[in-house]
Design a protein around this ligand. Sequence first.
Ligand code: BES
Ligand code: ZN
Ligand code: ZN
Length: 498
Amino acid sequence: MYLENVIADSPELHTGEWSAICIGIFEDKELSERQNQYNSQVEGKITALLAQDDFKGESGQTELIYLGEGAPIRRILLIGLGKRDKFTLDNAREAAGNAVRAAQSRRINDFAVEVFGEDVLDESVAEIVQGITEGLILGSYQFTEYRTKDTEKYFVSKKAGILTDSDVENAIQKGKALAKATAFVRDVALHPSNVMTPSRLSEEAEQIAKIGGFKYRVYDRDEFEQMGMGAFSGVAKGAEEPPKFIVLEYYGGENGDPPVAFVGKGITFDTGGISIKPSKSMHEMKFDMCGAGAVLGIMHAIAELKPPMNIIGIVAATENMPGGKAYKPGDILKAYNGKTIEVLNTDAEGRLALADALAYAEKEFSPKYMVNFATLTGAAIVALGHRASAVMGNNEDLIKDIIAAGEYTGERCWQLPLWDDYSSDLKSEVADVANIGNQGAGTITAGAFLKEFVGETKWAHLDIAGTAWWSEDRPYIPKGASGVGVRLMLRWLDQETT
Ligand code: BES
Ligand code: ZN
Ligand code: ZN
């Protein structure tokens, strides 16, 4: 659940009608003209508080001034913004996240926020307002579906205003669409694997297709096996739970324009298969469908924003299970593009599912670009931690543009090299290629493996193993699933069309 209602409101007219007004204070504690007005309305209470050392304006710091019913402003919430000269658009999202959390922890139903950083950021008011809308909604997010006890502990504010006289209607709509699609990804990721099965993922996809007017297809095990997807079929062998290969098609562009294809790894649970994982953190492998989540989230946003282009979303969804029917180390699989793969480790399953999905996307749709998302390697967490996705591919411009979109959205990406040399680490004694390398660089060799299944299409691979979930709270990203990918890709698409 999350805050649903975000509106624009005038900074002058209705301040008394909100239960709280959130104002941003930098560490220099200098007030803006507007803040000075507020200060005189409340008889100097803001400057009085700032004169004390309690509130330093550091980012993350919040402080309430209670003025009471009937006062021209009932409550003022001070939101620390940190250093003025270091303030970024992402800090504005974070300030909004901090504001909504401060309000929710005090069970404040409705509140308004300033356009944090309006005077210092280079971005337009509309861009900042969009960011603040995202921060408000995503900061309010909580996953409470399975709580039956102490439910009153979980509180979501009903309404937030953004104080500006500029025309920001579109910016708020866009921020809402992106935040809600991101919250959808979080929901899908946080449901356990006994609920968020491949079948359930296909139902979610169908629902999105209905809303967006997309073409929707789903292939069952027999069908995708018949179609020649031997790699994905191999992974699905051990699963009793029916696997699904899901295809969504949106046509918002010119007839015949090559589409952009998004492809997601949808392992709804990764036990490792016969190369079984240690039990300690195995429960986290319910998140191994976050690539699929990102793709469905992107399509969710597209259903609402309807960009003028053609877009395909593809998800290969299955459990990776051990068992009597499961694929085994040493098995050789034949992928959709005809290449044979020696399976040296059944825990390197995501790349097998993606191999077929990428080859299929390319053959079926001749896309202009392909971008895939996958929680592909633990090594990505070793390399970059949880603060950046690893990006690789066969086209430097595409990678550069994705990295730029990451800087803008706060969903950072960092490039790793995909030099041809790495492909030679995947040599097999018996087949065209092995599914793991043996020379280190685990994230890169996984990327090099995927490259075997991509032809000439401009392609980027995002390893989101580190960024899809984390155990630390951030201002607008609660611990658990982040919903990474949606805001990143919609920004990239935005820049592509302009
Ligand atoms: N889903 C995992 C990757 C993963 C591990 C993501 C930990 C997040 C946290 C993937 O299927 C996997 O098991 N990869 C192996 C590859 C190895 C066998 C070459 C890995 O990273 O250990
Ligand atoms: Zn695995
Ligand atoms: Zn996996």
